[in-house]
Every structure is written in C-alpha cells, then in structure tokens.
Ligand binder design. Structure first.
Ligand SMILES: [Zn+2]
Length: 276
C-alpha cells in the first residue's frame, strides 16, 4: 500500500510536469491561430480568402487594381517624362516592430518625404517581404523592401526595392544587431535610435510606376507604386534573419501576383542614358 502511494505521487508529479510542458506550447499555438490572415495558400486565412475575413477587407477579393503584379516587359510603356525620384529623406528616430507577418522599421514622426505629381508623401515606415512580391517577366526574387509614404490627406505611395542573393545589403548590415535582438526575444517593439533612410540604397534612376494597392489587408487601392528597376543584392543570412525575427513559423510573406486588369505600367528611363 505504501509502495502504491509512492507510485501514485510519482504519477501525479509526472502528470503535472507533463501539463506544464504541454500548456505553453498549446497557448502559443492558439496565438498563432488567432492571427487574422496568413500566406498559406491552403488555409482559410490564406491570400485567396483575405477578402472574406472582414467586410472592410473586401478589396482583397473584389478590387480591380490590386498589388503586387508581374512587371512584364511587353506591357511596360517606356517614358522619360516622369522625372527622377524626388526624395528628401532625413535621419529620424526609429522603432523595429514585429507585426506578426513581417518586421517593420517605423519612423514615428516621419523621416522626410517624396514628391510625386504635386503631392508630398511623408516616409512613415519600411518593411520586408520574402520572397519578392512583384516579379519581372515572371521571375520572383529573394527579397523586397517596401518604403511606405503617406500624404497629409491620407494618400499612400510605396517605393519597392527587389533583391537577389549576392553581396550583403549595407543598410540591412547596419541594423542587423537590432534585428538579431528582435529575433531573440518575443518583444514586439524595440527602439533603435536614429536611422537614416538615405542609407536604403536604390542605385538606379530607372523605375516602374503603376497604380495598385496595399499588398496586405485591407488591400486599399489607389496606392502609387514605384518599383526600382535595378535588382539589388542581399545575403541568404540577411533574408533568413528578417524571416526568423517574425516568429510566425512561416517561410514566406509574399502575396501572389494579381490581375493587371488593363492597367498601364510605365518604366521611367532618363533620356541622357548615363544611368545603368
Ligand atoms: Zn509590403
């Protein structure tokens, strides 16, 4: 009888230990399940269903000018009148924020602006998608950065930069310690001090211009897209670091390309042709 009690105590202890070890995993699983949308094409919360999740997200399913798109050479109209990108950025206080589906670098008070067609768009934040969301002639690249700008009356303009695997990107190198810290904790926010957006290199004057949407819900339309023509480079390690920092167990956060629906895509090329 005494031996049985010891056995019972042992089993009870074992059961408690088992419960303790199971529950943290279970609760983090529930948090995962509560995420409102994901990138799994087989999921009920996947890209094809985003528009059904909330009424306010219906543009994701029913919009006619959605992003990203394939930048197919045949349908691109080459122009020289758009002019060079008119950007005047400035170093400002930044915060790295884990949004569950990506890592965002946010400049609280804005970090300077970009001028397009008489409108000033203030740089608010940048974030990254891997693989790239836009494609060129069907080809997808390793990474795409989005620099998101907003005008005083709420219009959005995004500058997108695509990267293929190669030499390290100097801007990502400069913030990699901060990214590593975010990757190592469950903290959702980390102040990172002054970050200079001018260090996000473009290296080309050629760019595509078209009117599209946000590539995440609510998929709001009439976004002015500027996609830099030159594909830059990044290391595998840098792409992996951006993914690991998200903690979402997903290998991707790129929306599939969307129908063009007769939209015009322009490729700005300076007339003097001194640029690559
Ligand atoms: Zn984006």
């Amino acid at each position: 009888m005494g031996k049985l009690s010891v056995c019972q105590v042992f089993l009870f202890t074992f059961f408690i230990v088992l419960l303790v070890s199971i529950f943290p995993a279970t609760s983090s699983q529930e948090v995962e399940d509560e995420k409102e949308f994901n990138y799994d094409v087989h999921s009920e919360k996947g890209p094809a269903r985003w528009g059904e999740i909330h009424h306010e997200w219906s543009a994701c399913s029913h919009g006619s000018m959605q992003s990203p798109i394939d930048l197919l050479n045949q349908r691109v109209q080459i122009v020289s009148h758009l002019g060079r990108l008119n950007r005047s950025y400035k170093p400002s206080n930044g915060t790295l924020r884990n949004r569950g589906h990506d890592i965002m670098l946010n400049w609280e008070g804005g970090a300077g602006s970009m001028h397009i067609n008489g409108t000033d768009y203030v740089l608010q934040q940048c974030h990254w998608h891997s693989p790239s969301e836009h494609t060129i002639n069907g080809r997808r690249f390793a990474l795409e950065a989005h620099m998101v700008h907003e005008s005083s009356d709420g219009k959005v303009a995004v500058v997108g930069i695509m990267y293929t695997i190669g030499r390290p990107d100097s801007f990502l190198s400069s913030i990699s310690d901060h990214l590593q810290e975010v990757a190592g904790t469950k903290e959702e926010e980390k102040a990172v001090g002054i970050v200079d957006p001018r260090q996000i290199k473009i290296g080309s004057r050629k760019y595509y211009r078209y009117i599209g949407s946000l590539t995440v819900p609510p998929c709001t339309e009439n976004v002015v897209w500027t996609m830099v023509r030159k594909v830059r480079t990044v290391t595998r390690r840098q792409v992996r670091l951006l993914r690991v920092a998200v903690h979402d167990d997903s290998n991707t956060n790129a929306r599939p390309t969307q129908p063009i629906n007769g939209r015009h895509v322009k490729l700005y090329r300076p007339q003097d042709r001194e640029d690559n």
